[in-house]
Design a protein around this ligand. Structure first.
Ligand SMILES: Cc1cc2nc3c(=O)[nH]c(=O)nc-3n(C[C@H](O)[C@H](O)[C@H](O)COP(=O)(O)OP(=O)(O)OC[C@H]3O[C@@H](n4cnc5c(N)ncnc54)[C@H](O)[C@@H]3O)c2cc1C
Ligand code: SF4
Length: 490
């Protein structure tokens, strides 16, 4: 053996990272199941199951290929590496650059040699040089550069379909009684059953734990959902928990799928002519735009970025985030129940329900971030930090997003079927039946008007406060709502 190749649980791809050039004759493969990861936090069991079982399946696939694989259980990653090094003291350790600052530092301090992290389409130095040249870090500008650089949906230097985005077509509310095609179910095998037993969790059949299953999920999306992805991508409905979202983020984030494989399949399907441009562009934007941008910003903004709290939000995490019975708000009750069931909801509930609520209630960003990290199947540090701190709760004062994503009940009512059966009325801002989102939206604007009046994208909303003849009454209702939310009665 010439070297140890260490594979973190989010580098599970044979053709990328440190495994790209690995050879069973020369390379000893090490995976570490650290107690820090498994028991260090109150992870959603579905996530824990997914991460561990995927890693064990991947280790087995490498053994089947002829590699010597050490799958070690230890207190931390580094202590796991030390256990292996006792038997192979002279071998250097190689790993692809880790996906978080913390792991980067820990492995560097242990003398691990890094190869480039190529689990993304944008090399880290390339993003750094783009960001360093920007006045503001608009995703749209980055995305257009990506389209051109990667030559995706481009014709003679112009965007296919004559436009860089089709957002206007992609904001449809949910159709009435919309069921859509069935979702793919993933059957469990012996490895899954063993993990399930060890962590005392009966997993759903929602998430695959193998490369084969991840590829099947990709095919299912392309064949059955891609064409309708765009128009309904922002809609929320109790009839169907995922509409036409791809459900690919867990595999993209743990390495079972590489973004280039997803893009290749999407472009191929589009070129066959069966996918409307608004769906093709809408999906490709998420993968080559948002995902790459968020990862780039994580590294660009640095390790302290996660501590931002520029709106000075101090409220403790509301009880409804961990217990859906602690609220009567139908949208939140349904969303938290969905998360408890399968550790996933799509980007609009994450942004316009959960983060919006944390934002307008003045919930401490770090407490909210920790909760989000624990409950989502795909919640890697690099992706959760910018999405929550920058996009979700505007705790960075606008470094990433020019304005906060604050909204009242009208938006939720338009984009979902949650409001009709709710005890609250999205149109009301005062009184017992007032929608908490609507009341708190105005209260939030009023509390921060001095900050936001200087922001030209917010000034219209701030001036809207002047038209509220019932502002004093609204402020009183907002106090009651906040008290009720804390008590778990609203
Ligand atoms: C507050 C907040 C927190 C989020 N936290 C996470 C997270 O922890 N992990 C995560 O992977 N995504 C996160 N997202 C992005 C997005 O919500 C999920 O990627 C998406 O819901 C996953 O489901 P899907 O695979 O069906 O996505 P689709 O809607 O089918 O989109 C396709 C792919 O695009 C990528 N993508 C889309 N939007 C984003 C984004 N904003 N950031 C990064 N990638 C994106 C994902 O890889 C996703 O799989 C967050 C978004 C918000 C607003
Ligand atoms: S009325 Fe308000 S609280 Fe109720 S579902 Fe609609 S947005 Fe949510």
């Amino acid at each position: 053996m010439k070297q140890i190749v260490y594979i973190p649980f989010d580098h599970l791809h044979r053709k990328y990272g440190a495994l790209k050039d690995a050879d069973p004759k020369d390379d000893l493969i090490v995976l570490v199941e650290s107690a820090r990861m498994t028991t260090g936090r109150n992870w959603h069991k579905e996530r824990l199951f997914f991460l561990i079982s995927s890693a064990r399946h991947f280790a087995k696939s490498l053994e089947d290929e002829g590699f010597t694989v050490e799958y070690v259980k230890a207190a931390t990653t580094v202590s796991g590496l030390k256990i292996v090094q006792k038997n192979y003291p002279k071998l250097p350790i190689t790993c692809a650059e880790p996906s978080s600052f913390r792991q980067f530092e820990a492995l560097k301090a242990h003398g691990v040699i890094f190869v480039e992290n190529d689990f993304f389409l944008t090399p880290r130095p390339l993003f750094q040089s783009w960001a360093a040249d920007q006045k503001n870090y608009l995703m749209e500008n980055f995305y257009r550069k990506q389209r051109t650089r990667l030559n995706i949906l481009m014709e003679g230097g112009e965007p296919t379909g004559g436009s860089w985005n089709f957002d206007k077509e992609n904001r449809l509310p949910p159709p009435k009684k919309y069921e859509g095609p069935k979702y793919l179910e993933h059957q469990r095998d012996e490895i899954d059953n063993q993990v399930s037993l060890e962590i005392s969790h009966e997993p759903t059949n929602t998430w695959a734990t193998t490369r084969k299953g991840a590829l099947a999920q990709l095919k299912n999306f392309i064949d059955n959902h891609f064409a309708e992805f765009g128009p309904l991508e922002d809609a929320m409905t109790t009839d169907n928990w995922a509409l036409h979202h791809s459900l690919l983020s867990p595999y993209l984030n743990n390495g079972l799928l590489h973004p280039s494989e997803v893009i290749k399949a999407a472009v191929q399907a589009f070129n066959k002519g069966s996918i409307p441009i608004e769906s093709a562009e809408g999906f490709i934007r998420q993968v080559i735009g948002w995902r790459e941008y968020v990862n780039g910003m994580y590294w660009f903004l640095g390790p302290d970025y996660r501590e931002n709290n520029q709106l000075k939000a101090t409220r403790k995490l509301l009880p409804l985030f961990s217990d859906p019975d602690k609220t009567q708000m139908n949208c939140i009750k349904k969303t938290v129940t969905d998360i408890n069931d399968r550790a996933w909801v799509h980007h609009i509930p994450r942004l316009m329900l959960l983060s919006n609520l944390a934002l307008i209630t003045g919930t401490n960003p770090q407490e909210f971030l920790e909760w989000m990290r624990e409950v989502f199947i795909d919640a890697s540090e690099w992706v959760m930090v910018p999405n929550v701190i920058g996009m979700g709760v505007h705790a960075d004062g606008g470094t990433m997003m020019t304005k906060p994503y604050a909204a009242g009940g009208a938006y939720i009512s338009r984009m979902s079927n949650y409001c009709k059966p709710c005890v609250y009325d999205p149109k009301l801002r005062v009184g017992e039946k007032a929608c908490p989102f609507t009341t708190l939206y105005w209260d939030f604007l009023d509390r921060h008007k001095d900050t936001f009046v200087k922001n030209h994208r917010m000034s219209q909303q701030i001036f809207g406060l002047n038209r509220l003849s019932d502002l004093p009454e609204l402020k009183e209702r907002a106090m009651d709502v906040l008290e009720g939310l804390e008590a778990g009665t609203i």
